[in-house]
Design a protein around this ligand. Structure first.
Ligand code: THG
Length: 281
């Protein structure tokens, strides 16, 4: 199955036979103080620079999260979209659960973005899917619902299936739905990574859709986070994740290596190409 995402001039195709697509996570006002501060003060130069740096580091799509406590996301999200589109031409991933903020951002966003995200909750399905349909966008479906983050692989599968079916019922094809099986902190529950992996394998085998993951969630509260993140990401890629949400600079080498090992980099073209580029600098 292939998911086509597009920016103003550039298309990105997500698919199992293809190199892994990296969604750059660093323009996130919820997770990063420097971005929250830039958003609050309207310092969009910081956001533009972060977009350029991520694309140079290998990000294929740029995630934008403008959910700052006490600020107006309906104004900030479209402003950030404009800033990022000024700086780079890659497709965007609009990271918001607020339908009004998404609608305002979709109005100014060029190409076919990814909306991040919808869940299995009724209110989310009703609020988000009509926007996905109206703008011809693609959407990330999180495997969580009214009962919370779905615990085992069975319940996560059921939520994924529900989101895909509901999307289909309003005219959104399965290739426009990318599922996130949700990584949780290994520190909080040592069994959580295996539950995520099992869900990834099941969703891939039974539903065949493309899969994203915010893989760095596994390392919260643990030492040597980078090693844990990289190792977990590689294992998730082998299980079926093909468009993770990541710090591109931190994981690029791991992803290039894993793609080569997993047969997603024919004749090692990308692996060797990136090495040659680096050697020139
Ligand atoms: N799934 C989906 N979307 C997501 C997530 C997911 N979006 C948000 C998040 N999870 C992924 N994005 C980020 C962005 C930034 C950071 C982590 C995840 C980050 N974290 C630093 C840390 O954890 O140490 C914060 C420190 C700082 O201020 O720099 O940077 O799972 N679909």
């Amino acid at each position: 199955m292939e998911t086509r995402i597009a920016g103003a001039t550039r298309e990105v195709i997500i698919g199992d036979e293809r190199p892994t697509v990296l969604i750059g996570e660093r323009i996130n006002a919820t997770a990063r103080k420097s971005i929250a501060e830039a958003a609050r003060t309207g310092n969009w130069e910081v956001v533009r620079r972060e977009a350029v740096a991520q694309v140079q580091a290998g990000a294929d799509i740029i995630d934008i999260n403008m959910n700052v406590f006490g600020a107006d996301e309906v104004a900030l999200l479209p402003a950030a979209v404009r800033a990022v589109m000024d700086a780079v031409d890659v497709p965007l991933c609009l990271d918001s659960t607020n339908p009004r903020a998404l609608d305002a951002a979709l109005k100014v966003c060029k190409g076919r973005p990814l909306i991040n995200s919808v869940t299995g909750e009724e209110s989310s399905l009703k609020g988000i899917l009509p926007l996905v349909k109206q703008y011809g966008a693609a959407v990330i479906g999180l495997t969580q619902d009214e009962a919370g983050v779905a615990g085992n692989a069975d319940t996560r599968m059921a939520v994924a299936r529900k989101i895909i079916e509901r999307a289909r019922s309003v005219g959104i094809p399965p290739e426009h739905v990318v599922i996130d099986c949700l990584a949780l902190s290994l520190g909080a529950d040592p069994a959580s990574a295996q539950a995520t992996l099992e869900a990834i394998r099941r969703v891939k085998a039974d539903l065949g859709v493309n899969l994203t993951l915010g893989a760095s969630n596994v390392s919260f509260g643990l030492p040597d986070r980078k090693a844990l993140d990289r190792t977990f990401l590689s294992i998730c890629m082998a299980a079926g994740v093909n468009c993770p949400i990541v710090d591109a600079a931190a994981v690029r080498q791991t992803v290039l290596a894993a793609d080569l090992i997993l047969g997603r980099d024919k004749r090692a073209r990308r692996y060797i190409g990136v090495y040659r580029e680096r050697a020139k600098r």
